[in-house]
Structure formats: C-alpha cells, structure tokens
Design a protein around this ligand. Structure first.
Ligand code: ZN
Length: 351
C-alpha cells in the first residue's frame, strides 16, 4: 500500500460542526463514524497517512447554481465575511486541532520530520492550514498567534473576496481570470508568510492573484487542490500557463477529487469514473513533470467519485494509477514525496 500525504481536507469543518451540536471531536476522529470522509480508522484503512487540514470559515447560504440547458453554471462569489466572528470560528477550529493532538488522535505537525515520525508511527500526520484569511486583520497580528498554534500553510483567499485579495467563483465554463489579485495587505501577507515559513497556497485565488503571488514569494508555487483547466474548464482549475509557472518554480499542484473539477462537464456527480482522475494526473504530469504533481483530495469538502467514497477507498485511485502505468517510484512522488519536498522548502528546513 502506498502511504498518502494529501494536500487538502476539510475534516476540521465536519468535527467543528458536530462539536457545535455536542459531539466530541476526539472520539469522532479516533473511534470513527459513518459520516463524511476522514477519521482515524478510515484513514488507516485507506493508507491516508496525513494531510493539510483546513481552518475554514463557512459562508452562509452558499448554494451552487443549477446548470442551465447548456450545462453552464456560475455561482456568484460568497459575500465577504467580517473579521468577527471569523476569528472566533478560526480559534475554535485550531482548538480542535490542538485537542486531537493532545489526545494522541492525530499529530499536529510543524516540520517534515514531525510528518515522517507520525507516518512511521501510524498516527495521522495533520498540518494546520487556513483556507481564506478572514480571521486575520490588516496588521497581521493574529498570524504570529496562529503560527505558534501550529499554522504552517494558508491560502490568502477562499472563493470570496477579503482584505487580502480576490477569489474565483464556482463556475463552468469560466477562466480563472475573474477579477483583481492581491491587495496591498495581501502582498504584505505573502511576505510575512515567507519570513515566518508558512506555505502560501494558490488554490481559490484569481489568476491575477496567482501571478501577484508568483512575483512576490520566495517559495515554490503550490496549488494544494486544483486540476487542469484544459480538461475541466471550471474557474478553480489551473491554466496551462499557470502550470508552466508551477513547473518552473518546482512547486506542485495536488489533484482535487471534487467531481466538479474532474469531469469534462464540470458537474457534481458521484458517478464519476476513476479514469477522469487518471486523465487529469496524466495531463498534469505531462505538463509539469512527475516532481510537481501530488494529491489534494478535498476529503470532507466536496462530492467525490463513488469508487473512492471516503478515505478508506483512497487506494482505489492508486490502483487505477498503477493500472495506467505509474510505477512505485513515481507513485511515491505523487503520493507523498513531492509534498514533503515543497513543505521543507516553504518551511525553510535545511536540506
Ligand atoms: Zn477548497
């Protein structure tokens, strides 16, 4: 079995929502549940050894637009959020991540050595990510605090605008060039992440924002959960030019399992064959090389193919890739080594 370290999941969102209804996140994660995609037992079963787990402030009333007679849809961007209560919610997510760590349900990793040690011990290796920085103010004061709490990766924006920049809507077909990029505060956020050693994630940002980060950051370019726009023309996917820049920086893109980002028609439909996933991996590998492609499932954050269904089914994808001709050395890169390489760079670890 290939151990997988994965670039994006929303398990904290599920644990947080259920905790609000009285559930115990530690028990839910360690004992397992039938709900959602990730918990300890299912992760072990599917060889999901760890991944970036997002702090995400939910948008109220986000309903994806139904496609028109041509199969086209364009969900408007979610409304911007206020820093309060976003900060409260972000602190609650971080508290759950820290409680799971303290209880030994997972390991909250702050270095690639932490990740390797947890993976060897069979403990889920979580890295704290922030998907949209509504909890952080223009002075960036909170960034230090979240860093101390274990934050090691962030996307300046989710698919909504904030004081740092502009996000892309969920829309098909649509170019990712949907609006302005980083604000002045956004440039400062990127520079601060460079100083602290926090990975800057390009998923969800507009194409202009992508290029703004590219000319500012000292890190490789990383899109943690994005696929090929040439195959699925949703605004969230990466154009060939963006992928060329990722390759030149020796960064990576992680395959998103969301069916909307895999299917040629961009629809949300669990009856999506694994071959659609293999086709995106093939395209991304051809464009960027085997060192710049990885996995970014979006477990607990999206409708995924029923042949995977949840973390326990993760090896179905690996088997499909094997069937498509990927050997063990290539699979090791796709499944974990590429992520470990770019994390070490973004975190200023000695080679
Ligand atoms: Zn996302």
């Amino acid at each position: 079995m290939q151990a997988v370290f994965d670039g994006h999941n929303d398990v904290l969102l599920r644990l947080w929502s259920n905790a609000r209804k009285g559930a115990d996140p530690v028990l839910e994660f360690s004992q397992g549940t039938a709900e959602g995609h990730i918990d300890g037992p299912r992760a072990r079963q599917g060889g999901l050894a760890g991944g970036l787990s997002a702090i995400y402030i939910p948008s109220n009333h986000l309903v994806l637009k139904t496609p028109d007679e041509n199969g086209h849809y364009a969900t408007p961007l979610s409304e911007p959020l206020e820093r309060q209560p976003s900060l409260d919610v972000a602190l609650e997510f971080a508290a759950i991540a820290l409680r799971l760590d303290r209880a030994g349900a997972w390991k909250l990793c702050r270095s690639t050595q932490d990740i390797r040690t947890a993976m060897e011990a069979g403990v889920f290796a979580a890295v704290l990510h922030m998907e949209g920085c509504e909890a952080i103010g223009p002075e960036l004061t909170e960034l230090e605090t979240f860093y101390a709490a274990g934050l090691r990766s962030l996307g300046p924006v989710w698919s909504r605008n904030n004081i740092f920049g502009h996000g892309v809507p969920f829309a098909y077909p649509m170019s990712p060039d949907t609006g302005p990029g980083l604000t002045d505060a956004g440039f400062e956020l990127v520079r601060s992440c460079n100083r602290l050693g926090i990975l800057v994630d390009l998923a969800h940002i507009t194409e202009k924002g992508f290029w703004d980060v590219a000319r500012t950051t000292d890190q490789p370019l990383i899109a943690s959960h994005s696929n090929a726009h040439a195959l699925t023309a949703v605004a969230r996917n990466l154009t060939d030019r963006q992928m060329d820049a990722i390759r030149e920086s020796r960064g990576l893109a992680g395959l998103n399992y969301a069916t909307t980002m895999l299917r040629p028609d961009g629809l949300e439909n669990a009856k999506t064959p694994l071959s659609d996933m293999v086709r995106h991996i093939d395209y991304m590998v051809e464009r960027m090389g085997i060192d710049c492609v990885a996995l970014g499932s979006d477990f607990d954050g999206a409708t995924i193919p029923e042949d995977i269904s949840d973390a326990a089914g993760n090896q179905s994808l690996i088997a499909a890739l094997k069937g498509a001709g990927y050997g063990d050395a290539e699979l090791a890169k796709l499944c974990r080594d590429n992520w470990l390489r770019v994390l070490a760079l973004a975190w200023h670890e000695a080679p």
